[in-house]
Structures are given as structure tokens and as C-alpha cells.
Write a protein of this length. Structure first.
Length: 140
């Protein structure tokens, strides 16, 4: 049953003799039923007051680059941080944590608080390194 048919069934609007119940237009002949139906529809679709969420980001965001500065990854991260900072109107700090094929920076990001303020510029090493050596983080 479609929402339209359901609405007509709830409202029980009087029909012209040439129409059947399935293709009748909604009528305001029964405003109380219509109001009740619209209230139920609003509750069912989630149109209810919500708690106001904090704006993200409320403080500077750290972008971890697991490679040395002045490389291609660092240049890309700095361009990305600049665009994100302009978009979010908040500072995005680039932190280089090189070593162990990217594992040191990746572990640092994995151990950071899970609050969304520490991001990792992850590349193929995130997937490859766990197959080559022991790591203390879950790449998935």
C-alpha cells in the first residue's frame, strides 16, 4: 500500500461518484484525521526535535603523515590541510612521523583518542606492511 493510498484510507474523505478510493485526492473535510495522520507521518520519518550537536571541528585537527617532510606525501598533505582548513574554518596541523615504512606514524594515529581530531594520510603501506612485518595496529 502506498503512502498516498494510506493517507486516503486514514482521512476517509468523501469521494465524487466517478472516483474510487485508490485514486481520490486528499480532502480537508476531516481536518482532525488529517492532522493526526501528518503528526504520525512526521514522527515516523524522524521529523522530531533533535539535540543540537557541536560544530566540527571545534579545535585544531592533526593530520599525521607517516613519511618524512618535503616528499610527495608531505606536499600533498600540506595542500590538503590548507583546503580543509579553509573549508572547516579551523586550523589543520600536519605532523610528520616517519620511520619503519610508515608504521610509526600509523601506530601514533591508531593510539590517538578516537575523537576525530587526529587524521592519518594513509597510503598503500597501511595494507602492505602488516603482511611484511609485525605491527601493533589493525589495518582494517
Amino acid at each position: 500500500m502506498t503512502v498516498r493510498k494510506f493517507a486516503y484510507t486514514i482521512c476517509r474523505a468523501p469521494l465524487p461518484p466517478t472516483m474510487s478510493r485508490s485514486d481520490a485526492p486528499p480532502s480537508l473535510m476531516h481536518p482532525l484525521r488529517l492532522v493526526l495522520f501528518l503528526m504520525l507521518l512526521a514522527l515516523a520519518t524522524g521529523a522530531q526535535p533533535q539535540a543540537q550537536a557541536q560544530a566540527y571541528p571545534a579545535r585544531p585537527v592533526h593530520l599525521i603523515v607517516p613519511f618524512p617532510p618535503a616528499g610527495g606525501n608531505d606536499v600533498f598533505a600540506r595542500l590538503l590541510a590548507q583546503k580543509l582548513g579553509e573549508s572547516w574554518k579551523q586550523q589543520v596541523l600536519v605532523e610528520n612521523r616517519p620511520g619503519a615504512g610508515g608504521n610509526i606514524g600509523t601506530e601514533f594515529a591508531a593510539r590517538a583518542a578516537p575523537d576525530g581530531y587526529t587524521l592519518l594520510l594513509a597510503l598503500t603501506g597501511l595494507v602492505i606492511n602488516p603482511h611484511l612485518q609485525r605491527v601493533s595496529f589493525d589495518p582494517l
